[in-house]
Design a binder for this molecule. Structure first.
Ligand code: ATP
Length: 610
């Protein structure tokens, strides 16, 4: 089943929806369950959150509930202003109104920090503007494809979905007036218990699309007083696992999930490499329902038997194509297949990304059971909210060209806290060197890459995010997922080796209905990507320079673009519909079926474009 994504018409109803969302959620399963006849296992509301989510008693602890990753470290190493921004920010502020509610994940031990109130006022105001001034109508014409058996229909409003009152409250606090297209489709599919492979453009709200069903599902489990097994003294048993490829993205997902789960009784903990393990262990010991993790640190915790995946009901892979490419696949298989995690079908699996090459789709189907494929927009396409420019620049001219761009920006008043510039380079050394050069030339810059310490990486991001250092030079470590308001310009100083990386990089701007600018420096060295780039630009209604068309005419698909082929204009996105994968591929399906039928494409499968 499929419908055209059309939610601009909902704008007029948004106020009514805000009201309705609350009342609808009152019918949610939390209440329903507590009123159910079988009361032998009834736990009074005031004790429900005392059912520990990990066995050992909490250690004495008086600090904040969140990991402090905001040390007072300067932004740039090269003389740009040092920033101690937010040094005075603390709790309080915006807890009024909700402070009396009886939620909270573990009130015995410490009060739940209000994630809506612990940032300074400036950022709060920015967030509100972000979401209320949002131009999601820009997505109105995006085609949506769903395929799979009995696909649950999309919703038009949050009020139509039974997410639970506490979560609905948080959605209102986030100022999310209506669901984005991917949310409209993905949330009902996940709430119906179906596995999902979802592809939607950068900045289109995928995080909430997988977080909401997980949080809502755990709230229901808690209301049913679902007990976790007796366990080893220090092992924790999360109910959901969210994996992401970078530390910073995991931290961001954690922050988002904490907001969404505020006062729901659902506890979210993040674990990632480069930060002290002990601190993360202590956090886990205080209780965890949802664990957000980078693969390496999670493997470490599994090997130490500090985390068991035995109780995992929900598995979400953000940036799923990256998680399953050659770099990460062995670790993901180890986590998902070689530990005690329930098999596909016994858990619910959700895979999300803006890009999903077919080879990776095929691999991913190992992890899924009778799943729904959802594509909002063309798989791997970029949003036309991003104004894409490509300039032919020889290697030796790149710096002076960048300088010209930055001077022009300055002259046009496009700079400062409201207009951040993100510059992507290929190598860590290149990032250091360009950062230095920019600073020396009067453009405050900082950098993020894999050779910087975690503290430095986080400080660089903070300094950029706050606008104190309005230029960030980055390797691909910052290419995916990061949601930084006010990134006005993404510069591909070095063109990436894969067109999908280009899609993710430019997707750091033009998010959530806002417009953005992306400039790429292109030269002979990138010729193999000319066709992929020209196609991508055309798809997103961009003007393709004549010289690029000429390059494109002489090049074959490269850098992953060929993976997009196979299908008509809007067809062939779900690899199961692609004849090259189906014809003569009985081995593949046979193999999958013998191991439990994962990924099969049942006879009742349907697919449609609107
Ligand atoms: N329903 C909504 N209404 C308003 N804003 C929303 C809504 N859903 C998400 N957002 C905002 O949109 C922005 C982008 O969301 P998100 O980071 O989840 O995008 P994404 O699709 O995961 O992007 P990427 O592919 O880059 O990872 C965030 O700032 C988020 O708060």
């Amino acid at each position: 089943m499929s419908t055209r994504t059309s939610w601009a018409d909902l704008a007029a109803n948004s106020a009514a929806e805000n009201t309705l969302a609350g009342s609808s959620a009152n019918n949610g399963s939390v209440r329903t369950t507590s009123a159910a006849p079988a009361r032998s296992t009834y736990v009074p509301p005031h004790l429900r959150n005392l059912v520990p989510s990990s066995d050992p008693p909490a250690p004495a602890y008086s600090g904040p509930a969140t990991i402090n990753y905001r040390p007072g470290y300067g932004g740039s190493r090269w003389g740009a202003p040092r920033n101690d921004y937010r040094s005075g920010s603390g709790g309080g502020g915006r807890s009024g109104g909700w402070g009396n509610r009886s939620g909270g994940w573990d009130r015995r031990r410490e009060p739940e920090v209000n994630p809506f109130g612990d940032d300074d006022d400036t950022e709060q105001t920015i967030t509100e503007q972000e979401n209320t001034g949002i131009n999601f109508d820009a997505y109105e014409d995006i085609p949506v494809e769903t395929s799979g058996e009995n696909v649950p229909p999309p919703v038009n409003t949050f009020a139509e979905i039974d997410l639970g009152e506490a979560l609905n409250q948080n959605i209102r606090r986030c100022k999310y007036v209506k669901p984005t297209p991917v949310q409209r489709h993905a949330i009902p599919i996940s709430l119906a218990g179906r596995d999902l492979m979802a592809c939607a453009q950068t900045g289109s709200g995928k995080t909430a699309a997988f977080c909401f069903p997980i949080i809502s599902g755990i709230m229901k489990m808690q209301a049913q007083s679902a007990q976790r097994p007796l366990r080893g003294a220090r092992t924790v048993y999360p109910l959901a696992l969210i994996l992401s490829p970078t530390r910073e993205l995991s931290m961001q997902i954690h922050e988002e999930a904490r907001k969404f789960s505020f006062q729901t009784g659902v506890k979210v903990v993040v674990v990632y490499g480069g930060a002290p393990l002990n601190q993360q262990l202590r956090e886990l010991e205080r209780g965890v329902d949802i664990i957000v993790a980078t693969p390496g640190r999670l493997v470490d915790l599994l090997e130490r038997a500090r985390v068991s995946l035995q109780m995992v009901k929900y598995l979400a892979l953000d940036e799923a194509d990256r998680m399953l490419d050659m770099g990460f696949e062995p670790q993901i298989r180890k986590i998902v297949e070689q530990n005690d995690m329930p098999r596909p079908g016994a858990r619910q699996t959700m895979l999300f990304s803006a890009t999903f090459p077919k080879v990776i789709q095929r691999l991913a189907s190992d992890f899924l059971f009778n799943y729904v494929f959802l594509a909002v927009g063309r798989v791997g396409s970029s949003t036309d909210l991003i104004d894409q420019r490509v300039e032919f620049v020889h290697e030796s001219d790149k710096r002076s060209h960048l300088m010209d761009l930055l001077h022009a920006q300055r002259a046009n008043g496009v700079q400062g806290k409201q207009a951040l510039t993100l510059v992507f380079v290929e190598t860590k050394k290149g990032a250091d060197s360009l950062e230095h050069w920019l600073c020396v030339n009067g453009f405050p810059a900082t950098s993020i890459h894999g050779d910087r310490t975690q503290q430095e990486r986080e400080q660089a991001l903070r300094s950029f995010r706050s606008g104190n250092t309005p230029i960030l030079v980055a390797t691909d470590v910052a290419a995916r997922g990061l949601d930084i308001p006010h990134v006005a310009h993404v510069v591909n100083f070095d063109f990436p080796n894969d067109i999908d990386d280009y899609v993710h990089r430019i997707g750091r701007t033009g998010r959530a209905g806002k417009t953005g600018l992306a400039t790429a420096f292109f030269n002979e060295g990138n010729a193999s990507l000319a066709r992929s780039l020209a196609d991508l630009m055309q798809e997103s209604k961009q003007e393709v320079p004549v010289w690029l068309s000429r390059y494109s005419a002489h090049s074959s698909y490269g850098g992953g673009r060929s993976r997009r082929s196979g299908g008509g204009r809007f067809g062939g996105r779900d690899f199961r519909r692609d004849s090259s994968f189906n014809r003569g591929s009985s081995d593949y399906y046979g193999g999958a079926n013998t191991s439990g039928g994962y990924g099969g494409y049942g006879s009742g499968m349907s697919s449609a474009w609107d």
